[in-house]
Design a protein around this ligand. Sequence first.
Ligand code: ADP
Ligand code: UDP
Length: 238
Amino acid sequence: MKTGSMLYEGKAKKMYATDDPAVLLVDYKNSLTAFNAQKKAEMEGKGRLNNLISSRLFEYLNKKGIPTHFIERIDETRQLVKKVNIIPVEVVTRNITTGTLCRRLGVEEGMILPSPLVEYYLKSDELGDPLILEDHAILFNWSTREELDKIREITLKVNQLLKEYFEKLDVILVDFKLEFGKDPEGNLLLSDEISPDTCRFWDRSSGEKLDKDRFRKDLGNVLGAYQEIWSRITSKGE
Ligand code: ADP
Ligand code: UDP
């Protein structure tokens, strides 16, 4: 597969065309950003770990029948995916209360929710990804009722599968963000990445944070936490 021109450079990844118009090459960067890119850093080795972790999780989800964009990992920092039109809605699922949920609603940190909470945010750097209702997405044509029903169904399945996966690694899946897109045939595919940049992971016994919160909150050893997730995946995961 030949690498073509760079189509897009985002905060965490570069997307390249390939000789197949239906396939993109994704190159994971070492940049870390938080608070809508107001806080930035470079971290040698981060791109590699996120590529390894995300590839492995997408392989697992593909195997479990979740329709995803992921094709294959080609080396340490790069993977091939099916090109989609991204639906501009970020889907956040929460099992435990923390982060913006607590800040926005004043609810206690660390509450185990009786059932998963699914929230939608408009994907917009300019607006700082505001929280939206399903009705906003439908009325402004960002998605359709049918798509959102399907997205919610797939998201809840992914939550169940990832929760089980990480339980085996003694890791609690606190919350995470998903993106969905549509291929040229109109199929809805889980897209983007699943990594410590986009999930909150807590060590089951110590409660230690093993994700980007270490960067957001200046807790130190960010790369060590990402490495710990990858080590547990390779030693105990599928
Ligand atoms: P951001 O755009 O938020 O800075 P990234 O650095 O992760 O994020 O850039 C990757 C971009 O590629 C995102 O905008 C994401 O929505 C998009 N993307 C992810 N998967 C696909 C795909 N399969 N096809 C097309 N675009 C994708
Ligand atoms: N998240 C993400 N990208 C975003 C916003 C959130 O990947 O643009 C993830 C975040 O890592 C966490 C979950 O979604 O796992 C919920 O994040 P929250 O709304 O608490 O916001 P944050 O504290 O990340 O600003």
